[in-house]
Design a binder for this molecule. Structure first.
Ligand SMILES: Cc1cc2nc3c(=O)[nH]c(=O)nc-3n(C[C@H](O)[C@H](O)[C@H](O)COP(=O)(O)O)c2cc1C
Length: 315
């Protein structure tokens, strides 16, 4: 069976610089999702979202923008904006688990409100021709919440529903609930994509065996922790390329340089790279030590020397 691998969006990580470099150095991903656009009560697209979606800044073959809102007018406004840039699909985030979002009835806090979902989709489909896809958790409090949303989705030509097999109140703790995901497979007439904890080739193989009819797989954190993972899944191999660390280092240096140019002052770049190393370090032998080495660095010169040392030890 031919499979499609998708890069699940991570706000603060998978922006255009990351996506472009990822595609150049590692490959393996068919489709990238941009992190969500969120409006703050005003119909204005912030500059950083504009930069992220600007086609001139993006060199990956297929990019899908995403929005997080519970407001039909905002949704339509973002549709018109992404259409003006040439995008033909908009993904709707009903997955974000953070209380400041869910308490406002957005992200996974909206899954328990099918009539509101209906309202948003109704306006979007009535007043535009864009393709809409969804990215959802299975609920906020309970993984059966999503089952009440499926009949609403059936009214619309939703392209697909990507499901992160957790509930909102878990945040990122605890395991995925594969039985509840199976219930979704049984009850949805839409095309479902699987998302959640694909962190190794073996984890992918186990999931594929359990869900033989799923052919679209979304990878989020696993792809930052081990950027070779998508291509290795595609090649059905657990062998890394011979020049694994050279490629990883070149990728690191590329994004470091770009973020260094884009961010001003030593602190923002330090925090940015530290965020990445929380994941990158998982690829290294002694991941806790590697993370600590990065964390205790002050100046950019020290940072570079530490990174060189970390990579040199892997060779
Ligand atoms: C820091 C962080 C930021 C995220 N930002 C987004 C986002 O902008 N849009 C979205 O749909 N999901 C977002 N997610 C969720 C991931 O895309 C993904 O659904 C989740 O991490 C589960 O998949 P994984 O186990 O492969 O990472 C984010 C997750 C994390 C940890």
């Amino acid at each position: 069976m031919s499979i499609t691998l998708l890069s699940s969006p991570l706000q603060g990580f998978t922006d255009f610089r990351f996506r472009n470099a990822f595609h150049e150095y590692f490959g393996g991903i068919d489709t990238f999702y941009a992190p969500y656009i969120r409006l703050n009560g005003k119909l204005v697209i912030k500059n950083n979202y504009q930069r992220d979606l600007n086609p001139e800044n993006n060199t990956v073959p297929h990019l899908i923008p995403q929005v997080m809102t519970n407001d039909p007018d905002e949704f339509l406004f973002v549709i018109k904006y992404v259409e003006s840039l040439g995008y033909t699909e908009l993904n709707w985030n009903l997955g974000c688990p953070y209380p400041m979002v869910t308490k406002q009835g957005m992200g996974s806090g909206m899954i328990c409100n099918p009539s509101k979902i209906d309202e948003v989709l109704h306006k979007a489909h009535n007043e535009s021709n864009i393709t809409i896809s969804m990215k959802m958790r299975m609920g906020y409090d309970d993984p059966t919440e999503i089952l009440n949303v499926f009949p609403i989705l059936e009214k619309y030509p939703i392209k697909n529903v990507a499901i992160h097999a957790r509930i909102g109140k878990q945040l990122y703790k605890g395991g995925t609930d594969l039985e509840a995901f199976q219930n979704c497979v049984n009850q949805s007439s839409h095309k479902l994509y699987y998302n959640g904890d694909i962190t190794s080739v073996q984890a992918y193989r186990d999931l594929q065996e359990r869900f033989p009819n799923i052919d679209h797989w979304m990878i989020g954190r696993g792809l930052i922790a081990d950027p070779f993972l998508p291509q290795m899944i595609r090649d059905n191999t657990t062998e890394y390329p011979e020049n694994r660390w050279q490629i990883f280092k070149a990728f690191h240096d590329t994004i470091y340089q770009q973020y260094d140019e884009a961010l001003s002052g030593p602190m923002p770049i330090k925090m940015k790279m530290l965020g990445f190393w929380e994941y990158f370090s998982q690829s290294f032998n002694d991941s806790k030590k590697v993370y600590k080495m990065i964390k205790k660095n002050g100046s950019p010169r020290n940072y570079k020397a530490t990174v060189n040392e970390i990579f040199a030890k892997q060779r």
